[in-house]
Design a protein. Sequence first.
Lengths: 113, 117
Amino acid sequence: DQQVKQNSPSLSVQEGRISILNCDYTNSMFDYFLWYKKYPAEGPTFLISISSIKDKNEDGRFTVFLNKSAKHLSLHIVPSQPGDSAVYFCAAKVNNAGNMLTFGGGTRLMVKP
Amino acid sequence: EPEVTQTPSHQVTQMGQEVILRCVPISNHLYFYWYRQILGQKVEFLVSFYNNEISEKSEIFDDQFSVERPDGSNFTLKIRSTKLEDSAMYFCASSDTSGGASYNEQFFGPGTRLTVL
């Protein structure tokens, strides 16, 4: 039951360029979305989130866009840096229904110097 | 910066044995979680815990699993009789709000790698 999907297992980007990571979901009850970043041998680290009442949220180099009608969200990183190389997970939750996060499969981002 | 810690970092056990995975959540957090990630698969929710009781659990969290907050700082996950398919990375997380209408950021620990032989 893949309620949250990240169709690109990997992405390679040149340093300084934009990285765009995509995520699709099927459960229309999801109303909060989060992006986590994970380095090897570490736990996921929260990056940025967005509520379903918004279509964009920006924090420094990171921007998340939400298209509810398409059930699609994306994370933009600009400019990309080599230290951004990690696995990025999209996650979703239903507010007022407990705190369970449903994760996508992750996208491995490689930023080349 | 406060962080979630987990011990041990790697646990190897024989099938059928009991294991206890330990976590120290961030001190002022009230909500605690366990997730797992089988190699090559997604991070999956197991259970959430608040006010000394389970608030939500997934279908993975069957009778073989239990959680406990034995004192004011630790949060444990026990697997009573491990199976080969329990081999995974187990992540503990904590948060200081339940979410509801507002965002709830879950802080994750580094994980315990459980290997069942």
